[in-house]
Design a protein around this ligand. Sequence first.
Ligand code: TYD
Length: 272
Amino acid sequence: MLFCTILQHLQAHCITGAGNPLYCLLQKMETEEEMNRSSGIFIVFEGIDGAGKSTQVNLLSDALQRAGEWCVSSKEPTDGKWGRLLRESATIGRLSLQEEVDTFVKDRKEHIATLINPTLAEGGIVILDRYFYSTVAYQGARGLDVDTLDQSMRSFAPIPDVVLFIDIDSVDGLERIRIGRQESPNEFEKLDSLQAVREIFQKLAKREKEIVTIDGRQSAAQVHQDVADVLLGGVIKAKRCERSQQCGEVACPGRVDDKCRWWKIAQGFASD
Ligand code: TYD
């Protein structure tokens, strides 16, 4: 905001016009700030099976829609042809490891081209239940090299603004699948492999700055509250605050005029 104040000062003293490099630079920065405020937001939930990701995707998407945001939620594997093939393979017989990775990549590339990139380009919010971190963790746990997988995913897939890793123990995860969903665990979901998957997620979370760990043993409502805190203090503040991240001001004009989208989203969460 400092440069806006300087810009106003320059305008007030008629130090304006294309010839003035400082004025031009400040104007460019202000345009970038405008663009940032209306730009897309990419949010991903990750975690082992039974962590409660889909509940959190629904709670978040409801809160954002209440605040008037355009928000699209989706999942991987998708319901497209590659995603359906992967789901079938989990119940009727597993693909080879390399075939499995190749199919997740085909599914993801289609997802990026048809849903993720177009929504972000139009300024929408994309919320995903699983993304490439799942390939690194699950196919890494099955034996592929974690770092090679991670690099290869990052070579084509856009990096999310934030990844919310809902962390629970593998025993709790399987218990929730058996009791909560009344399902028997499928091939992707056996205990030992889930423990290995969790450890890879934890390793990634320590290393990658976009990943935030949330304690998944808490109630769904408390996990949702933690998600709200992370987003309101992070990417939503950076991209939806009317006055460029001065959200703390009670008398902020954006808030008083009910124009600030950050403030509307904060109220959307508060009315959960
Ligand atoms: P899941 O989120 O459980 O979908 P659903 O509940 O709709 O069946 O995903 C199915 C499984 O796919 C899950 O056990 C994790 C696994 N998976 C991978 O092994 N690699 C990946 O890249 C992705 C996205 C998922």
